[in-house]
Write a protein that binds this ligand. Structure first.
Ligand SMILES: *Cc1c(COP(=O)(O)O)cnc(C)c1O
Length: 362
């Protein structure tokens, strides 16, 4: 079932058992599906997201992760509000693009891709701009793999009493966090990242009280997060429009496997170990990471081209022939490629990867 391992930021390598449960068909209005799959997934997600499960609720939405980011921005931020977007990469910038489409009043505080969002500068900005109502930030910027200091940023955002939107797409399930402790109002992630499901839907963990105030706000029908939630909540797991039934079933299996592994902390340890072996091995072969270790996430790592004439395509093809698919770089200031540590991949896989890179010519 596996022509090669995906060492990518998602879709990623999934287990055979996750793929196998997609071999049956489900009826969207039958309780076998909506009560026993969708509702269990929703409750399980809130359990993974916080110990304070009363205050939060989960909404699932068809599409990729960006659909969920758009649904949150388009439903939670009103034309009379003002959004502050913190960006140090492509996914932060995408929130700006979404805001452009919605003609929202927003402001973007940009940082270079190789540094973290500075909580100090956010504080300085908020102290001078009381008109800001919402702040949006990416937790792990998958563009480079940089991990933003979410706790510090959230602390500042809440000190100034703003609503907090977090794109935790590539970190939720793989890096421990508690939405209630961080006082997050909307947290977004998707099926095909650290929970290790297959692509087809995303989800939002929302503070119930905040979401309830969003009725009628949305300017898109299919991306109306409130309407989607209301139908799911009142309809006990019903979706407004056709849901990706096989994908949701696979996700339920993936959540079970996350719990069986020992939960988010255990998964974080595995990803961190994958990352350690990768980086130590690559450095021993003369490669350098784009980021300093202190701000690097265990999710995905950017490496600089080892020399100017480095032929990425050739490197890529040789790794693929040996069973590993890696990822091109996504930044403008340096020539990089990326290797993901997430998915059903283990320390031994990274030892094998390093052995392979040692042997090939590039
Ligand atoms: C994957 C990802 C997204 C969503 O991308 P899609 O291609 O829409 O799934 C958004 N933000 C971050 C940080 C991501 O890693």
């Amino acid at each position: 079932m596996r022509p090669y391992l995906l060492l990518t930021p998602g879709p990623l390598t999934t287990t055979d058992s996750v793929k196998q449960v997609m071999m049956s068909d489900w009826c969207t209005w039958d309780e076998d599906y909506n009560v026993h799959i969708v509702e269990e997934v929703r409750h399980g997600l809130v359990d993974f997201a916080t110990r304070n499960t009363e205050e939060y609720t989960a909404v699932l939405l068809q599409g990729s992760g960006s659909y969920c980011v758009e649904s949150v921005i388009g439903t939670a931020v009103n034309p009379t509000d003002k959004l502050l977007i913190l960006s140090n990469g492509a996914y932060g910038d995408r929130m700006g693009l979404i805001s452009d489409y919605y003609k929202l009043s927003y402001c973007k505080l940009s940082f270079p891709e190789t540094v973290t969002v500075s909580a100090e500068m956010v504080e300085h900005y908020l102290s001078e701009h009381p008109e800001i109502t919402h702040v949006a930030v990416v937790h792990c910027e998958t563009t480079t793999g940089v991990l933003n200091p979410l706790k510090e940023i959230a602390g500042v955002v809440k000190k100034y009493d703003k609503k907090l939107i977090v794109d935790a797409m590539s970190s939720f399930g793989g890096i421990p966090l508690d939405v209630a402790e961080l006082d997050i109002d909307f947290m977004i992630s998707s099926a095909n990242k650290c929970i290790q499901g297959v692509p087809g839907f995303g989800f939002v963990i929302a503070r119930r009280k905040e979401l309830m105030q969003c009725k009628g706000n949305a300017r898109s029908l299919s991306l109306d997060l409130y309407a989607q939630w209301e139908k799911m909540e009142k309809g006990h797991g019903k979706w407004r429009f056709t849901s990706p039934t096989h994908v949701v079933r696979a996700f339920k299996q993936a959540m079970q496997e996350l719990a069986d592994e020992g939960g988010v902390v255990a998964r974080f340890k595995r990803y961190s170990e994958n990352h350690r072996i990768l980086v130590e091995g690559m450095r021993s072969l003369g490669f350098e990471t784009l980021l300093p270790d202190a701000i690097q996430s265990p999710v995905i790592t950017s490496f600089l081209y080892p020399k100017k004439e480095f032929d990425f395509k050739r490197f890529y093809m040789q790794l693929k022939e040996n069973g590993f698919v890696i990822y091109p770089g996504k930044i403008s200031q340096a020539d990089t490629f990326r290797i993901g540590n997430i998915g059903d991949v283990f320390p031994d896989d990274f030892h094998r990867l390093i052995d392979t890179i040692r042997k090939i010519e590039y």
